[in-house]
Each structure stands twice: as structure tokens, then as C-alpha cells.
Design a protein around this ligand. Structure first.
Ligand code: TEU
Length: 571
């Protein structure tokens, strides 16, 4: 084992090590990953067929977006049956085979549980909706409709968060689509049934859960109106319910504490100040949070705004500082709800796409927290060139279009100009496996969603054949991360927060000191190395095979060059 892995006995034992802190996680959106039966839709056997490709990166876990039976109003985030695999994805036997095939490659499987709401076709809601005296009525949040809409809560997908039910005249709550009614977690029967669902999947051998909008589960059932300021960003009010921590501690006590399970909570609306309340290990709630603070830095709702590197860096430093020593963050720049990282924070022009995709990978895999890589990020897949609203699939786009464009608030041109930069659909186009028809994603004539036309140039086959590809760089980077525990457990310090083009930070664990420098610009930048009383070793750069001793006190970084340097302890 190379130096840096074999911490001396004292240091190694002084670390409280967790597999989920050291793991690199690969996120799969099953609809768009790989289709094995030529129906144009990704499926579980398709994923099994690509496990060697995933394992080749060196990742330790897969986060599988919802695989459950669903009408797919929100592409699976509207679950109809928590104990059944979506027919188009395959069978429960396929799921068990995926679990085993991943395990045989030392890859754990984390599944995506949506517990704030169900599909309106879930049997619970069908029964709840059947009448005011239904035994399941109180599984959801209903309010008498005689006074009109109960309050001014907005849905994230446009319009009100209250839907009138014609049969009873009452309204039910839905923070997202009207086809996604919110569960009433104040009902102990709901919690008991949810905990049974969690046990079902843990007993099958999943290694944990990504918990969808889990901070939203508690509601102030007096439902006061939101203030105008709260209406601008309702997620902060929605994530601040009175009993959210009671319910998460009950979930931990009743279920999670009995398994070696990792939980990562999607923390939309949780401020960095409140984050420790969810993940401080002494509180026995969740293990880590997915914060939106970085990926929504340049957003005002659906609108794109500007961002600066100092502001970007300040978020990471703030998240790192406030999560403290006993909490933990997820580190990511891509997922199924956000545009492609290289188009969002990198430079997806032909000249800089490869270098900047690698530079961003360097960031994700060397900051303090568990790195999450989204499917295609390892290839530098880019945003899709949307032109017309009809090209989008996302229910959020359709809902916001109805509210803002059809509602006469903004022009179609303005709306599309913003969505071309911010839409979740950028991340949902099919994986680009090769330069053949449909990028090798499906043998069907028409995939469920359009393939990015740049698949002939950007695809896995091309990257696997190129020693200097983004995929190959991810391999080297993940191997380096695994060999240097300082990149997992080391303290993080930003060395130059004000620099407008360079992101330079240290990771320190005992005598091991690593310095990461990333040039976020198209111009060369001069990196001044801190004097540490020993010379730096250049461990990995994204542009060349440069390695070895650095004898000068400064290094010239080329456009979009990233460098990892080390002074490794001799003790
Ligand atoms: O996302 C939470 C969420 O609010 C984000 O989707 C996003 O910020 C949204 O577009 C509001 O701007 C989770 C899932 O990741 C997402 O795919 C689901 O659509 C959503 O919850 C509802 O389950």
C-alpha cells in the first residue's frame, strides 16, 4: 500500500472511520442509463450490464434513483408501490441480481426513498381520497374546502400546493405535483408503515437510503400563510417543520440503528446553520446531507443568475465550517435535478470541455465530504441544446411554463433562455455509450428522451480508448483519493478565498499535507506554493503526466489546469 494509506497506529485509531465517509458514490438515473430490452427505457438488467464500467472507475457505492412502481409523473419520484419494481425497469429478481452483481464487485447499493409524498395512485391515497371517513383519510394532509384554498403555499411545480378534491370538496396538500400528495407524518400509522418499507429493503441487503426532501416531512398543521419573503423560496419554510427531528430520531431508533445503513438526506431548504441538527452524529438522525447551496448559487427559482468563484468557494468553506467535526457533507456538482457540471461550472466549449471536466472532478474528489458522481459526469457530458418548450420532459418545466408563460408573467423567449441553462432535463438525456445509433443507450428506434447530438464525440467507448480521457482521469483521481486518507479525513482550509480565478486549498491529516489548486479560467495563473519546510511532490495534474518534486516556490497553471501536490509525513 502506498504511503498515506498506512497511517501509523495512533493516528489510524484516533480516526473514527466510516465506509460511507471514504466511499465514492456513483448516481444512476435508471430511466436514462442503459436499456436492455429495446423498449427505449433504461432498466435494471441494463445497469447490471454496465457494472464493470462503473466498477472500473473505482467507486464504492451506487445511488439508484427510484426504481419503484410509479406512473412516472415525476419520473419515479411519485411512488405507487414501495415494494414493487417499475415494470419497464424489470422485476424484483432483476433487483436482487443487481444487488448481488454490485456486491460481487465490492459496490454497495443505496436506494432512493421518497417518503414526503406518494403517487396519487398509491393505494393509501386511493383509500384516503375515497371519503372523509376513510381509515386512511389521515394518511395525507386534508383541509376543509368550504373556506377555499387553505393558505398561500406554492407548489414547486407551479400553482398552489393545495388541490381541491371534487368528491369531498376538501383540499389536499402537495408540495410538488398534484399527483404527489404529501404524507401526514403526524400520523403514527404512517410512520410505522414507512419504517416497515425501510426494513423491507434493508433486509434485502441495500446499504442505505438517499432520502428525498426528507426535511419537508413535518408540517405546522396550523398552516399559516407564507410571508412574501418566504414565498420567494418556500423550501426554507417547508424544511423547518416543528417535529422533523423527532421523526428522524424515531426513524433512527426504530430502523436505522439496527442496520449498518448509510443515510444521505436531500436537504433542499436546510441552511448550513441548521444542517448539523440533521447530521451531528450525537443526534442519531442522518449521516450526511445533500446541500443545494452550491448548485443553486446562481439561481433565482427557475431563473439563471451570475456567480463568482469567490462566492462559490465561500459556500464550500461555510458548509465545511458549519458541519463541524461531528457532521458530514455530500460533495457534488451534478445530479438529476441540475444542469451538467461541465456546462454549469466548467467550460463546455470544444477547447476547454475536457480540461474543465477533469478540473471539476478534482474538486469533487478532494473536498472534505463524500463525493457523488452523476452518470455521464465521468465523460464530461454536456447540457442539451433545447430550443422549444415541447422538447422538455420535466413536469417542473411544464408547471412553471403554465404559471409564468401561459400566465402572462414572462415571454416564452425569456423562459426558454433561462431553462436552457437551468433545466433538470439537461441531466436526464440518455447516457452516451458509443457513437452508434442512440449512443448505444437503446436498440429501440426511439429512446424515451432525445439523445444529446454530441454523442458521436462524447461517449464511453471513446473515453475508454483514450488514456488521457476524462474517464481515465477519474480512475487515477479516485485511486489517489483512496491512497491518501487526508483527502477523506483531513482538515480543509481555503488558502486564497479572494482569488477570482484560482481555487487553492489544503487538506491536512497529521503529517500528511495535500494542496489542491484549480484554475477556473481560460488564462494561465501563477500558483504560489506555501513554504512548508519541505519540497512539494506533484502527485497528479489533469493536463499532463507531470509528476515529481516541485523545486520552485511557484507553479504556472495552464487554463483549466488542476494540480494535486503533497508533502507526505515521514512518521
Ligand atoms: O428534489 C427536490 C427539489 O425540490 C428539486 O427537485 C428541485 O430543487 C426542484 O426542481 C425545485 O426547484 C427531489 C428530487 O430530487 C426531484 O427529482 C423530485 O422532483 C422532487 O424531490 C420531488 O420528489
Amino acid at each position: 500500500m502506498s504511503k498515506g494509506t498506512e497511517l501509523d497506529f495512533d493516528r489510524q485509531n484516533s480516526l473514527e472511520r466510516h465506509w460511507w465517509k471514504e466511499a465514492v458514490v456513483y448516481q444512476i438515473y435508471p430511466l436514462s442509463f442503459a436499456d436492455s430490452d429495446a423498449d427505449g427505457i433504461g432498466d435494471l438488467p441494463g445497469i447490471i450490464g454496465k457494472l464493470d464500467y462503473i466498477a472500473g472507475l473505482g467507486v464504492d457505492a451506487i445511488w439508484l434513483c427510484p426504481h419503484f412502481d410509479s406512473p412516472n409523473v415525476d419520473n419515479g419520484y411519485d411512488i405507487r408501490d414501495y415494494r414493487k419494481v417499475l415494470r419497464e425497469f424489470g422485476t424484483m429478481d432483476d433487483f436482487d441480481r443487481l444487488l448481488e452483481a454490485a456486491r460481487s464487485r465490492n459496490i454497495r447499493l443505496i436506494i432512493d426513498l421518497v417518503l414526503n409524498h406518494t403517487s396519487d395512485q398509491h393505494e393509501w391515497f386511493v383509500e384516503s381520497r375515497s371519503g372523509r371517513d376513510s381509515p386512511k383519510r389521515n394518511y395525507y394532509v386534508w383541509r376543509d374546502g368550504s373556506g377555499g384554498v387553505p393558505n398561500n403555499f406554492p407548489s414547486f411545480f407551479g400553482g398552489s400546493a393545495w388541490q381541491k378534491d371534487d368528491a369531498s370538496g376538501d383540499y389536499y396538500l402537495h408540495y410538488f405535483a398534484k399527483e404527489q400528495p404529501d404524507l401526514n407524518w403526524d400520523n403514527p400509522h404512517v410512520r410505522a408503515d414507512v419504517f416497515d418499507i425501510m426494513r423491507f429493503w434493508l433486509d434485502k441487503g441495500v446499504a442505505g437510503f438517499r432520502l428525498d426532501v426528507i426535511p419537508f416531512i413535518s408540517k405546522d398543521q396550523t398552516f399559516p400563510d407564507l410571508t412574501p419573503e418566504q414565498l420567494e423560496a418556500p423550501q426554507f419554510a417547508y424544511s423547518d417543520g416543528p417535529l422533523v427531528h423527532d421523526y428522524l430520531q424515531e426513524m433512527n431508533r426504530e430502523v436505522l440503528a439496527h442496520y449498518d445503513a448509510m443515510t444521505v438526506g436531500e436537504a433542499y431548504g436546510v441552511t448550513d446553520v441548521k444542517a448539523p441538527l440533521f447530521v451531528d452524529e450525537d443526534r442519531h438522525e442522518l449521516d450526511m446531507l445533500i446541500s443545494f447551496d452550491v448548485v443553486r448559487l446562481d439561481r433565482n427559482g427557475w431563473r439563471k443568475t451570475d456567480w463568482s468563484l469567490p462566492a462559490f468557494k465561500a459556500v464550500y468553506s461555510r458548509l465545511d465550517r458549519t458541519i463541524g467535526a461531528s457532521g458530514w457533507n455530500a460533495i457534488f456538482l451534478s445530479n438529476h435535478d441540475n444542469p451538467r457540471a461541465v456546462s454549469h461550472f466548467g467550460d463546455d466549449t470544444p477547447e476547454f470541455r475536457v480540461a474543465s471536466a477533469k478540473a471539476l472532478a478534482t474538486l469533487v474528489l478532494t473536498l472534505r465530504g463524500t463525493p457523488f458522481i452523476y452518470q455521464g459526469e465521468e465523460l464530461g457530458m454536456t447540457n442539451f441544446p433545447f430550443q422549444h418548450v415541447e422538447e422538455f420532459d420535466d413536469i417542473e418545466v411544464k408547471g412553471q411554463w403554465a404559471e409564468h408563460v401561459l400566465g402572462g408573467k414572462v415571454s416564452p423567449e425569456c423562459f426558454i433562455a433561462h431553462l436552457r441553462q437551468t433545466s433538470r432535463d439537461h441531466a436526464r438525456t440518455p447516457m452516451q455509450w458509443n457513437g452508434n445509433t442512440n449512443a448505444g443507450f437503446t436498440a429501440a428506434e426511439k429512446p424515451w428522451f432525445a439523445v444529446n447530438p454530441n454523442y458521436t464525440e462524447i461517449n464511453a467507448e471513446a473515453d475508454l480508448a483514450n488514456e488521457n480521457s476524462i474517464y481515465r482521469y477519474f480512475q487515477r483521481l479516485i485511486a489517489l483519493r483512496r491512497s491518501k486518507l487526508a483527502l477523506t479525513y483531513g482538515d480543509y482550509v481555503d488558502l486564497d478565498p479572494a482569488h477570482k480565478k484560482l481555487f487553492v486549498y489544503m487538506r491536512t491529516l497529521g503529517a500528511d499535507r495535500l494542496l489542491v489548486a484549480i484554475n477556473f479560467s481560460r488564462e494561465p495563473q501563477l500558483l504560489e506554493l506555501p513554504a512548508m519546510g519541505a519540497s512539494w511532490d506533484l502527485l497528479l495534474t489533469n493536463l499532463s503526466g507531470r509528476q515529481g518534486k516541485v523545486l520552485s516556490s511557484e507553479v504556472q497553471l495552464a487554463p483549466w489546469e488542476s494540480a494535486i501536490l503533497g508533502i507526505l509525513g515521514t512518521d
